[in-house]
Design a binder for this molecule. Sequence first.
Ligand SMILES: [Zn+2]
Length: 270
Amino acid sequence: MKDILKAPFMVEMIRTATNMYAHGWDERNGGNVSVLLDEDELKEYLDLTRVHRTIPTGFEAPGLDGKYFLVTGTGKYFKNVQYEPCKNLGIVRLTENGTQAELLWGFTDGGKFTSEFPAHMMSHVARRRVDPENRVVMHCHPANLLAMTYVHTLDEREFTRTLWQMCTECIVVFPDGVNVLPWMLCGTNEIGRSTAQKMETARLVVWAQHGIYGAGRDLDETFGLIETAEKAAEIYMKIAHLPRVNTITDEALRQLEAHFGVRAREGYLQ
Ligand SMILES: [Zn+2]
């Protein structure tokens, strides 16, 4: 068996969690990440017949049976992931319609996956229907996106248009826009279902007064997606209280759309 701590997916996960903490997106035990792993790759590092524990998930996620996920632990601090990955991370295989998770590695202190596991797993199902290559779901608390949900309308079209106007690259990076959930109780199957539903039409879902969810094909892409939206929100929070003299016009957004070959969300440009 190869050393799992040197596996590319593990190295990337540790680097990403560390970087998210460094960006101030994951204070205390805030934030969670899940990555769908490839069975053929994983069996080079783990005996997949050796199940340490079986943990009930508390929800159903048909379509994920037999799928493997590397996921952050509940109550765990992102700042500690790099020092003790086997305690702060775990690898599970879903079974029985997603109602059970077999622990194959990690959570060595008796811990388990993030309390937002329902939102993660339901979002994986929803995103993979749109993009079969989707492998990552990421949640964190970037300060400017959060701040924006206190002072900006939560109308998804308006929220998206404001972000697109804040940085030229935004419409290129997230042409599908940003969906927004009003404040809801976190850690529940209800917010999981609502998030997954929003994931059907965009890779970014803002949780008002809480944080953001991003989905993508790999950790870099998903991190970059959130990073770009957060940068735009930062510009907005710097200028929201000032008279706007200039902006990126719809005409300019259409030029970007054409030049970079992206399709802006239907009906979002004038
Ligand atoms: Zn959160």
